[in-house]
Design a binder for this molecule. Structure first.
Ligand SMILES: Nc1ncnc2c1ncn2[C@@H]1O[C@H](COP(=O)(O)OP(=O)(O)OP(=O)(O)O)[C@@H](O)[C@H]1O
Ligand SMILES: [Mg+2]
Length: 487
């Protein structure tokens, strides 16, 4: 299917998310769509897939102008999209989700459908069990299911919006293989939205670049990464060398600490993190690193052993005690855990700046929000709700809400989904904090980030923490082996 976008326009108040964008996608090719956070990539793809309506412009499929009222409408016309946030329904079964939006008539033969689903899965190397619950699936598996649903629904064009954030390396390899197969053997058109230039180079034959809602360039791939970076950013600030650490004050100490969830019990943990240190945690999602962070944040109890913050033993650590003690936790689920959907930035600020008292000082909160939004370069206003911010800007705003003086910052995937500029900026902010003696304990799925940004590193594998390694003496490959369980 040949897909043409003509003069697509979409404004949100003052923001020109898409400003007169015209593009053509030919069948059988994989395209990349690049652009910094807030450039308008998701908006454009949501319009193409019927999730949002454009203010102006046309969608033309194989020469025919189309108008979509819903994603199901678009899928019926051959356009399917894997959204940045999954759209499936966790309480449902895999099979039920698979059948959503399919036009199979009134009476569904469940056994046949389950068989179809298994076979389709096999074709692309996905191990899908129709009778499982969505909530028991990993993000990567949910994505595989969604992809199969779109294919079964007749998608000729498949759009994948940052599909590799939050899935395992194996799942990524599988996903890319199936994408290649779909383009090459089945003549489908694919569009990959991503911030990871290596992935784009690896997979795509052509890229389009958006900046501030406008199409600013295109390139045939492979090409030098530098060219792409120059297209994406008007001006990239030079990267700063990070300060070296020479502190030996203990910020956090765990001794034989046992932490468990109903799903996983960690091996007793022994860990010391020093003031001013950046400590990186790697591992496949669900290997235990998240549990360690939650325990340090007071969100999971430590069953035995001890935990100390500085010289202060923490026996009964709950979340509020942790906060009062100078620990801040930033969860991976920005919108689910970090922010409150539906509330404006000012309302968020009023929540975190809780002065004891009966009345909320709205004028004060609004003024502080304005000042922080400016300082942290959040694209949005104090009256924007958090869902109106792009992913990168939500993350900036989370940073804007951190208290000023902290002993320990716990971060889950601090730069997930962020462009290069925002990533650098976040690490600059953290670097400033380090200088004041704040320790940073973070999880990232990006091994290069772990190696590059940490002082020391530990790897989790199946609930067990590896020996601690010096970041200067290791590399992503070695971490990969540790992740695989080699000690
Ligand atoms: N529903 C909405 N209401 C108001 N503004 C919105 C809405 N959706 C997007 N925007 C704004 O439109 C602009 C483009 O957002 P979009 O999500 O398309 O960016 P993006 O390129 O996908 O960014 P990211 O890389 O962070 O995902 C942003 O400034 C965003 O704040
Ligand atoms: Mg986006």
């Amino acid at each position: 299917m040949r897909v043409e976008l003509q003069n697509i326009r979409k404004h949100f108040g003052e923001v020109r998310a898409n400003d007169d964008i015209s593009l053509i996608f030919e069948p059988g090719k994989i395209y990349g769509l690049l652009g910094e956070n807030g450039a308008g990539k998701s908006t454009l793809m949501k319009i193409l897939s019927g999730f949002q309506k454009p203010d102006g412009g046309k969608i033309i499929l194989d020469g025919k102008a189309r108008r979509f009222d819903s994603p199901a409408d678009a899928l019926a016309a051959g356009v399917g999209m894997l959204y940045q946030e999954p759209l499936d329904m966790p309480p449902f079964l895999v099979l039920e989700n698979y059948l959503l939006g399919q036009r199979r008539g009134f009476a569904v033969n469940a056994r046949q459908a389950a068989k179809d689903l298994r076979e389709l899965g096999k074709k692309y190397g996905f191990d899908i069990q129709p009778e499982e619950h969505i909530r028991d699936l990993s993000l990567g598996e949910r994505q595989q299911l969604e992809l199969l649903r779109l294919l079964a629904g007749g998608a000729q064009l498949l759009i994948l919006d940052e599909p590799t954030t939050g899935i395992s390396t194996e799942q990524k390899v599988l996903l890319f293989d199936s994408m290649r197969k779909l383009a090459k053997d089945e003549g489908k058109t694919l569009i990959l939205v991503s911030h990871k230039l290596d992935e784009v180079q690896d997979l795509c034959s052509q890229v389009f670049v958006l900046r501030k809602g406008k199409l600013v360039g295109e390139a045939k791939l492979p090409c030098p990464n530098e060219l792409l970076v120059n297209l994406m950013f008007e001006k990239l600030p030079p990267r700063r060398e990070r300060a070296s650490r020479e502190q030996k004050q203990v910020a956090l100490e765990l001794k034989d600490a046992v932490v468990a969830t109903p799903r996983l019990e960690l091996q007793p943990l022994n860990l010391t993190v020093y003031a001013g240190e950046v400590f990186g945690l790697a591992g496949l999602e669900g290997s235990g690193q998240e549990i360690l962070l939650k325990a340090c944040a007071g969100l999971l109890p430590i069953r035995s052993g001890s935990m100390q913050l500085g010289h202060q033993p923490l026996d009964q650590l709950d979340y509020h005690a942790a906060r009062a003690g100078g620990i801040s936790y930033m969860a991976a689920g920005r919108v689910e855990e970090g922010l409150v959907a539906g509330l404006t930035l000012t309302e968020h600020m009023a929540l975190v700046d809780q002065e004891a008292g009966f009345f909320v000082d709205w004028a004060g909160s609004r003024a502080r929000t304005k000042e922080r939004v400016q300082h942290f370069q959040v694209v949005g206003t104090s009256e924007s709700t958090v869902e109106q911010l792009s992913g990168g800007n939500q993350q900036r705003f989370l940073f804007a809400m951190l208290p000023s003086s902290l002993k320990l910052i716990l971060l889950e995937h601090p730069t997930r989904g962020l462009d290069i500029r925002s990533t650098d900026w976040i690490w600059q902010q953290l670097d400033e904090r380090r200088k004041d003696g704040t320790a940073i304990l973070f999880i990232s799925a990006d091994l290069d980030e772990v190696v590059e940004r940490s002082d020391r590193i530990a790897v989790f594998s199946g609930g067990r923490m590896s020996r601690v390694v010096d970041a200067a003496k290791t590399n992503a490959e070695e971490l990969g082996h540790l992740i695989g369980g080699e000690q």
